[in-house]
Design a protein around this ligand. Structure first.
Ligand code: MG
Length: 373
C-alpha cells in the first residue's frame, strides 16, 4: 500500500499576535516552521509522496509532489489535498504548524492506520479540567478518558474523502471519520509534537531590536493623468508625483526603513529606476520584497512609524485606509503601525507645493546571531 502525506499550510494564523504568518517564521537552525513539518514527512522512509495545500511563494522551493491552494476551512483544504493523493493510498494529513513531529511518531501513525484503517495520535490531558458556567465552577471533569488530538492523522484515501466531503465543518480528519461512523484508532502522540499557535510557542533565542529609517521626496508631475498614490492608497483628484515607479513616497520611505533595520542597503540598489520592470510599478511590490528580506533574516517587524510631509492633500479618512493596507501587506497588527502628517508651514520646496516627502522608521526584532560573522 502506498503512503502519501498531505501538509496543510493554508491557515491564516489569526492568533499569531498580528506578527506575520507563523508558518514562515524560522526555527533555530534556520528552517521555517512549514519546512520542518514538510521535511519530517519527506524524510520518512515509508512516505512515498508529499503534497502541500497552501499558497505561499516559498512552497515552490520544496521538493513537493504538488502545491495546491487551500479552501475556506481546514476540512476543505484537507479534502483538496487528499483528493490529489493516489487512489487506494494510505493518506497522512499533517498540520504545517506542527514542526516537531518525530520520525517515530510518523511510523506509529502509519502502522496504526495500516492495522485499523484510520488512526489519530493523542496525548492525555494534563491539566485538571473544570466545567465553568457564569464564572462558577460547576464540577471537575473526569479527565481519565480525555485526550488531545494531534497530527499526522491517517486513513485510507477513499473513505477519508467521503467523510471529509460529508462533514465540511469537522475540525480534523478523525472527527469527519467519526461522524461518518468509521472507527478511528487512537495511537500514542508525543508531548513535543506541539502546534505553533502564538509567538510564545516558538523558541526565540536572544533577540535584539534594530531600527532603520527612510526618507523620500518626489516632485509633482506635469502630467495631469498621473495618479497620486500614498501608502498604497489612491488619492483621487490630487495631482500625481513624478517618478519611475508609481512614486509612492510613503512606501518608498517605508521600504528603506525596513531595509535599514536589517542592514539591507536601499531601495535604489534593490529596484534600480533604470530597470524597465520597475516602470510605473505598484510600490507595494518593494514593501513586500523588504518584508520577505526581514523574514529571511529571521526577523519580525515590531513597529512602523511613518510621517508624510505635504501641504496637500490632507490624509483625513485615508489615514485609516493606508494603515489597513500596510497592515494587511505586512501581516502586522494595525496597532503596530503609526501614520503622521505635517505641512511645512510654507517653507522650502514642499512648502511651495512643488512635491511631497515622507519619513519612516521601522523597528525589527532580530536574532542576536544576525550581526555576528
Ligand atoms: Mg522614491
Amino acid at each position: 500500500m502506498s503512503v502519501f502525506a498531505v501538509l496543510l499550510a493554508a491557515g491564516e494564523s489569526r492568533r499569531f499576535d498580528g506578527a506575520g504568518n507563523k508558518l514562515l517564521q524560522r526555527l533555530p537552525g534556520g528552517r521555517r516552521v512549514w519546512e520542518a513539518s514538510f521535511d519530517a514527512l519527506r524524510n520518512h522512509p515509508k512516505v512515498d509522496g508529499v503534497g502541500i495545500v497552501g499558497s505561499d511563494e516559498s512552497f515552490a522551493k520544496a521538493n513537493a509532489d504538488f502545491v495546491v491552494p487551500g479552501g475556506a476551512t481546514r476540512c476543505e483544504s484537507s479534502l483538496i489535498g487528499v483528493r490529489q493523493a493516489p487512489s487506494g493510498a494510505l493518506v497522512l494529513v499533517h498540520d504545517a504548524a506542527r514542526p516537531w513531529a518525530s520520525q517515530q511518531l510518523i511510523s506509529t501513525v502509519i502502522e496504526g492506520a495500516k492495522q485499523s484503517g484510520a488512526c489519530v495520535p493523542v496525548v492525555p490531558v494534563i491539566d485538571t479540567l473544570k466545567s465553568v458556567e457564569d464564572g462558577v465552577v460547576g464540577r471537575t471533569v473526569d479527565r481519565s478518558k480525555l485526550y488531545c488530538a494531534q497530527t499526522p492523522q491517517a486513513a485510507i484515501r477513499e473513505p477519508l474523502l467521503e467523510a471529509l466531503f460529508a462533514s465540511p465543518d469537522a475540525t480534523d480528519e478523525a472527527s469527519a471519520l467519526e461522524f461518518a461512523g468509521i472507527t478511528v484508532a487512537a495511537v500514542p502522540g508525543e508531548p513535543a509534537n506541539k502546534k505553533v499557535t502564538t509567538r510564545g510557542d516558538l523558541p526565540q533565542g536572544l533577540l535584539i531590536s534594530s531600527t532603520g529609517t527612510g526618507f523620500d521626496i518626489h516632485a509633482f508631475s506635469a502630467d495631469p493623468n498621473r495618479k497620486l498614490m500614498l501608502g498604497g492608497v489612491h488619492f483621487k483628484g490630487s495631482r500625481g508625483l513624478e517618478g519611475h515607479s508609481d512614486a509612492d513616497v510613503l512606501l518608498h520611505a517605508l521600504t528603506d526603513a525596513l531595509l535599514g533595520a536589517i542592514g539591507g542597503g536601499d531601495i535604489g540598489v534593490l529596484f534600480p529606476n533604470t530597470d524597465p520592470a520597475n516602470k510605473n510599478v505598484d510600490s507595494m511590490t518593494f514593501v513586500r520584497r523588504a518584508r520577505d528580506l526581514v523574514c529571511d533574516a529571521g526577523g519580525s517587524i515590531v513597529s512602523i512609524d511613518l510621517t508624510l510631509l505635504a501641504e496637500a492633500p490632507k490624509l483625513g479618512e485615508k489615514r485609516a485606509e493606508i494603515r489597513k493596507r500596510i497592515s494587511q501587506e505586512l501581516g502586522l497588527s494595525e496597532r503596530r503601525i503609526n501614520i503622521k502628517a505635517t505641512t511645512m508651514e510654507g517653507l522650502g520646496a514642499i512648502g511651495r507645493s512643488e512635491g511631497i516627502a515622507a519619513m519612516a522608521a521601522a523597528t525589527v526584532a532580530l536574532p542576536i546571531s544576525y550581526h555576528e560573522e
